[in-house]
Design a protein around this ligand. Structure first.
Ligand code: BTN
Length: 279
């Protein structure tokens, strides 16, 4: 359907420039979920940077227990195992920043490999215009050796056509091909993505939050926008997304109704599903 090369280890390796990520790549035609596969490998002790990639998933998982649409032949579904030497005091900031670091890296990779302009809806939805082109699901666990491990799962809509989306995604999702009019080689994009991710992780480990905070703020199209946030437990919040907290949380100022005669309330969101409201 897409007239682009199939996923292949040789093709991925031909442009791979990383030192650690992707030294081991397990490529499947079909898998339940690359995240699930990667977490099993991580728990069994596989090396840092191991990548699981599949042409299609039968049980692709999204954030907030959603299903991730995973048709064959057109997209990228990959998961990367991280086994970082992080001491307990640094673990919490690392876990809260990891999805944001990944979003910056994936946006950079798409822009290097294609002509698309990509922004990030907090915390880590990849957008072209106001439509979602990719998502990130970070999960953590403990290996046999008792060390903390993380799995970063990335799903990107690349060469499919809009008409192929199920009806519930029709108005909210897009593909790189739909946006640019051109096909993208998934092998090159994966190699670029691993490179950008390695660079971002290195920066974060060496410099801390400052650099990634700036890069994320530049990319994040949620900041400065009126938003509706669906929170855990079914409550909703409408307000202005004003800034990013030190831990990557989203600060939202909720305007009280005029007649309520009270000050705006400031909320700090760590987990939420955000909708950008039209201005
Ligand atoms: C989201 O809901 O936005 C996150 C979607 C993450 C999907 C990817 S596809 C590869 C990896 N394997 C999964 O089962 N999920 C992630």
């Amino acid at each position: 359907m897409s007239n682009t090369p199939n996923l292949s280890l040789d093709a991925i390796r031909s442009t791979l420039s990383t030192n650690r990520l992707g030294q081991r790549i397990d490529l499947y035609q079909q898998v339940g979920s690359t995240n699930r596969e990667a977490m099993s490998l991580a728990q069994a002790g596989c090396e840092h940077g191991t990548v699981v990639v599949a042409d299609t998933q039968t049980e692709g998982r999204g954030r907030l227990a959603r299903v991730w649409f995973s048709p064959p032949g057109v997209n990228l579904y990959c998961s990367i195992v991280l086994r970082m030497p992080i001491e307990p005091p640094q673990l919490s900031p690392w876990l809260s920043w990891l999805p944001l670091i990944t979003a910056v890296a994936v946006a950079e990779a798409i822009e290097s490999a294609t002509s698309a302009a990509v922004s990030v809806k907090w915390p880590n939805d990849l957008l072209i215009g106001d439509r979602k082109v990719g998502g990130i699901l970070c999960e953590s666990g403990t290996g046999q050796d008792g060390h903390h491990v993380q799995v970063i799962g990335i799903g990107l809509n690349i060469n499919g056509q809009h008409a192929d989306f199920p009806s519930d995604l029709g108005t909210s999702a897009t593909t790189i091909r739909e946006a640019t009019g051109a096909p993208t080689d998934r092998n090159r994009l994966l190699a670029q993505l691993l490179h950008e991710l390695e660079v971002c992780i290195e920066h974060f480990s060496q410099i801390g939050t400052a650099a990634v905070m700036l890069a994320y703020q530049r990319r994040c199209s949620t900041l400065g926008k009126p938003i509706r946030a669906a929170l855990n437990g079914g409550t909703e919040l409408v307000g202005l997304a004003t800034s990013l907290g030190e831990d990557g949380s989203l600060t939202v100022v909720e305007q009280a109704p005029l007649q309520a005669n009270r000050q705006p309330t400031t909320h700090s969101l760590r987990v939420a599903d955000i909708i950008h409201l039209r201005t």
